[in-house]
Ligand binder design. Structure first.
Ligand code: AMP
Ligand code: MG
Length: 522
């Protein structure tokens, strides 16, 4: 029996295809995609399936166990009446225009319609495409587990994201130099099938603007509006502006969620910015353990730290500027585009403050809140303080007993001894201010705690947790992968049986590759 999905292909039917059909690396012009088949996997095996995602696609849990399913999500067979393709895009990488990039190792299988939703289904690591440039089109188990676990974890945290459907081994080995230091080794090859309403990126628009190809740019922008922003109305110059405004709004919401949960993307190049404001391309991302605005897990970015936690909202603005430049060709009026970017600049500050108010359990607004938040951000960085534990435990503070603060948040401090002298005085001052501020609120302690616990997760995919799942999986043991997958479905629940994951990063993980240091190697 065949897999019963309702395939429709809007992208390939409505947009221009690359006329060249051979799978050779080259510049592809005047086309949004190239037809290409996945590489045949040697000996595929399924490691994990997201049941929730199966259901979204109209499949049953049992379908996920069928050989036919494994064959589709590993690239061994192509779904009937579908033609897989790789998308053409460019991008600004680390602040510089990088020219054509494209799906170098992602292959879109089809789009699937179910329950009034349409999902694009894509394989990552399924072989080379015309966009593979100098690389092999493959992915290793390590990076695939990181993408698989984190994208589903983000979804359950309430962060806009692409989703993951499955992870499979290809049965072949892939050569990688993890830290780019001349120590190449073979790793297990893997394929993640991932799902989103669309995988379009800022770079998909930039590539046509960079080539002065306004005709294809217009076709793609109109397509995007008609299929993903149809509520904006029929495409016109005014609607193009509304489109940019919507992308700015969605991207802002996404990055504010990142700041809320302590997620650092690591490679916010414009080719990794979804036009739908979804977190996309899980590479050398990481989670703040010690709260630190300067932290980035990406060793490739260690000297400039362009994509560090504290600058993520500004980088979104920079990326929006590149998108605005690309759209200029269709709008030809800079003032309105600049206005939208200016709106973002103002709105993101407001949204950040609102998000921090929520994290602090403040229901009302007063002018001084901005100062309270800034002071907290400073004092949190005086000594290594675990972000997740700090905010989660903060909800236990009693309005009348705020002097008791140390006992409440002490588990968040990596080194208690450092919380002394002026650092301790700073904390005392901050908790005094916070205590006073809480006394202006009508919420009871219980009400505040309940609300705070809906925005301050108890469990996130700490960097070392993913690494533990990887180490075990490398040895053929998938129990940690499964355990974390289940744990992270309920990140705001207490889950008393899982308290070992509500703990500071263990010391062994502090400087370990994969835990605190990640390269783009994947
Ligand atoms: P990233 O920084 O991972 O988003 O990737 C940047 C560009 O490199 C994209 O065009 C990717 O498709 C491409 N790329 C990354 N890894 C590979 C690989 N192993 N093979 C082919 N292309 C790749
Ligand atoms: Mg990418």
């Amino acid at each position: 029996m065949k897999l019963n999905v309702n395939s429709i292909d809007r992208f390939t039917k409505e947009l221009p295809a690359d006329k060249v059909l051979d799978n050779s690396r080259r510049q592809v012009e005047g086309a949004c995609f190239s037809y290409v088949n996945p590489k045949l996997p040697k000996n595929p095996s399924l490691l994990h399936v997201s049941t929730a995602m199966l259901r979204n696609l109209g499949l049953k849990e049992e379908d996920g166990q069928r050989t036919e399913f494994l064959y589709v999500v590993s690239g061994k067979v192509v779904l009937p009446n579908t033609k897989p393709y790789a998308m053409c895009y460019g991008g600004h990488q680390f602040g510089n225009w990088a020219g054509q990039l494209g799906d170098g190792r992602a292959i879109n299988l089809t789009e699937i319609a179910h329950n009034n939703k349409i999902w694009a289904l894509q394989l990552k690591g399924a072989g080379e495409t015309p966009y593979s440039r100098t690389a092999d089109g493959l992915a290793v188990l390590r990076s695939s587990i990181r993408e698989y676990l984190c994208s589903e974890a983000m979804y359950y945290l309430g962060v806009p994201t692409t989703r993951a459907l499955s992870i499979a081994l290809s049965g072949s080995k892939v050569l990688r130099d993890v830290m780019y230091n001349g120590n190449s080794a073979y790793e297990k090859g893997a394929i993640v099938s991932r799902v989103a309403p669309s995988f379009l990126r800022f770079g998909n628009y930039e590539i046509f603007a960079s080539r002065g190809d306004n005709a294809t740019l217009k076709t793609l922008v109109d397509y995007t509006i008609n299929n993903h922003f149809s509520y904006l109305g029929t495409p016109s110059k005014a609607v193009y502006l509304d489109f940019l405004r919507e992308v700015a709004k969605k991207s802002m919401e996404m990055v504010i969620h990142w700041q809320r949960v302590g997620f650092v993307h690591g490679v916010m190049n414009t080719d990794n910015m979804s036009i739908l404001g979804l977190t996309i391309d899980y590479g050398p991302y990481g989670w703040l353990e010690g709260y630190d605005h300067n932290w980035t897990p990406n060793t490739t970015d260690s000297s400039h730290k362009r994509y560090r936690y504290g600058t993520q909202p500004q980088i979104v603005l920079w990326n929006l500027l590149q998108l605005a430049r690309a759209l200029y060709g269709l709008i030809e009026e800079a003032a309105s585009l600049e206005e939208i970017l200016e709106e973002y600049r103002i709105n993101v500050k407001v949204a950040h403050l609102e998000m921090m108010r929520n994290k602090l359990g403040l229901n009302t607004k007063i002018d001084n809140d901005e100062k309270l938040v800034e002071d907290l951000e400073k004092v949190l960085q005086l000594t290594e303080t675990d972000m997740t534990i700090f905010f989660r435990n903060l909800a236990d503070l009693k309005k009348e007993q705020f002097h008791d603060w140390f006992n409440i948040v002490e588990d968040a401090f990596y080194n208690h001894k450092e919380v002394s002298g002026t650092i301790k005085e700073n904390w005392i001052k901050w908790f005094n201010d916070y205590g006073k501020r809480l006394s202006m609120e009508v919420w009871t302690d219980k009400e505040r705690k309940i609300t705070m616990n809906t925005v301050n997760p108890k469990y996130v995919l700490r960097n070392y947790m993913a690494q533990l799942a990887i180490n075990a999986a490398d040895d053929g043991d998938y129990t940690v992968l499964d355990e974390l997958f289940e744990l992270l479905k309920k990140p705001y629940d207490e889950q008393p049986n899982a308290l070992k994951w509500f703990a500071k990063r263990p010391e062994w993980a502090r400087h370990k590759v994969g835990c605190s240091m990640l390269s783009c190697s994947s």
